[in-house]
Design a protein around this ligand. Structure first.
Ligand SMILES: Cc1cc2nc3c(=O)[nH]c(=O)nc-3n(C[C@H](O)[C@H](O)[C@H](O)COP(=O)(O)OP(=O)(O)OC[C@H]3O[C@@H](n4cnc5c(N)ncnc54)[C@H](O)[C@@H]3O)c2cc1C
Length: 380
């Protein structure tokens, strides 16, 4: 839709904005709140293309995870130990910031633990995890304060009723949040601090000029503001041509309530490519991107039938074998990935800062990344 901005709209809504934050996911909201905390006089506006945030933050699984063992072992193949531990520390600190900002009750935060599942075919990777567990407990324990964060809990397998699973490694300090409550609380917090939020605001292009940043909208008109923080995560390639951010789609399902559900906690299957948890007596299950990697390298929402079939099979044969389970609904979300698991927080031009590429860890790390982005925006 193309239209001109009226005098009233321009003067009353978009005049004198000091910082425009693009994107109202966890990062954009945390950044905007932090900007107002650092300087309450700043006029901060969030420009969001969706009626709600529509990327990853309202569509994720709500694991407050900072690294299961196979995930960290894999990360060590792509980055140095110091780099991997630095990201774990950021995830852990970020989670504490989120909990301070929103409050455990508003997040529905529960530390029920995260379980990594190993099948018969995964015996050798399980053995490797087991061998390295004392070392991991010592190194990660320095960050979390948990001396025995990871432990083998095969004795819990019969209680969960899984089929074809041979081993379980529990990550005790891993928790879960209610994603919808978290985002709703963050939105309210932003509004309470005086942040303005404009929805349906699709940005096409940014131009950093000597007079400020020109924000070109899809509607044919342009705004000019002194500073911009871009928090569009998986859409950074589309908006800023940032090749270092790879969009990746994830398929998710939720079941109807299951009588006497035995699953409690967060579960990582097939090295974390699949994940599931309990919520409101139901199972939320997602992932499987590895089954059709190329097709899922997209920032468009939409079903992938091959992956959906695999998710149903996993649900029926491994997670709830022999139980009557009905699917309530499906959705998709868009991640922003990179060759290494490290968010990008940097200035791409004097007045444009980006805080993007949160991978599958934005619940834990997003608040901290937003706050770092905010500090960079107002740094000289
Ligand atoms: C299915 C799924 C499951 C996940 N599970 C977990 C999990 O359990 N634990 C975990 O820690 N992480 C998980 N993640 C990752 C986590 O959700 C993300 O890392 C985090 O939400 C990223 O937040 P963000 O604010 O950077 O981006 P987003 O939430 O994607 O927000 C970006 C916003 O920018 C807006 N935008 C984009 N382009 C424009 C434009 N041109 N103009 C205006 N606005 C624009 C979008 O509409 C969107 O609202 C999951 C992700 C998905 C998709």
């Amino acid at each position: 839709m193309q239209y001109e901005l009226s005098y009233w709209e321009r003067e009353s809504f978009f005049k004198d904005i000091d910082v425009a934050v693009i994107g109202s996911g966890i990062v954009g909201l945390a950044a905007a709140i932090h900007l107002k905390t650092l300087d309450p006089k700043l006029s901060v506006a969030i420009l969001e293309r969706g009626t709600l945030p529509i990327g990853a933050s309202t569509r994720n699984a709500g694991f407050s995870c900072f690294g299961s063992m196979t995930e960290l072992l894999d990360d060590l193949n792509h980055a140095s130990e110091d780099q991997v531990l630095a990201v774990v520390e950021k995830r852990w600190r970020g989670l504490q910031r989120l909990r301070e900002l929103v409050g455990d009750e508003n997040l529905d935060f529960q530390m029920l633990g995260g379980y990594e599942m190993f099948t018969h075919e995964e015996e050798s990777i399980f053995r490797e995890c087991q061998e390295r567990m004392p070392e991991f407990n010592q190194k990660i324990g320095k960050i979390t304060g948990w001396t025995e964060g990871y432990k083998v809990v095969d004795e819990r397998l019969p209680g969960f009723g899984f089929q074809g699973v041979r081993h379980l490694i529990l990550n005790q300090p891993e928790g879960q949040v209610h994603t919808g409550k978290m985002m709703s609380a963050l939105l309210h917090c932003a509004l309470d601090t005086g942040v303005k939020i404009y929805n349906g605001f699709v940005i096409k292009h940014l131009e950093d000029t000597s007079q400020g940043v020109e924000i070109e909208t899809e509607f044919g008109w342009t705004l000019r503001v002194p500073k911009v923080l871009v928090a569009v995560n998986g859409f950074a390639r589309r908006l800023l041509s940032m090749e270092e951010v790879q969009p990746a789609r994830n398929q998710v399902l939720i079941t109807h309530p299951i009588p006497d559900l035995r699953v409690e906690g967060c579960f990582h299957y097939d090295r974390g490519y699949f994940y599931f948890r309990n919520i409101d007596g139901r199972i939320l299950l997602g992932g499987g991107r590895n089954l059709d990697l190329e097709r899922e390298k997209t920032d468009e929402f939409g079903a992938n039938e091959l992956i959906r079939k695999a998710l149903i099979e996993l649900l029926e044969t491994v997670i709830c074998p022999g139980q009557r389970v009905e699917i309530d609904s499906w959705w998709t979300g868009i991640l922003g990935l990179g060759p290494i698991k490290k968010p990008i927080v940097e200035k791409v031009s004097p007045n444009v800062t980006v805080a993007v590429r949160l991978s599958g860890m934005g619940v834990a790390i997003g608040t901290l990344v937003g706050q770092e982005g905010a500090e960079l925006v107002i740094s000289v």
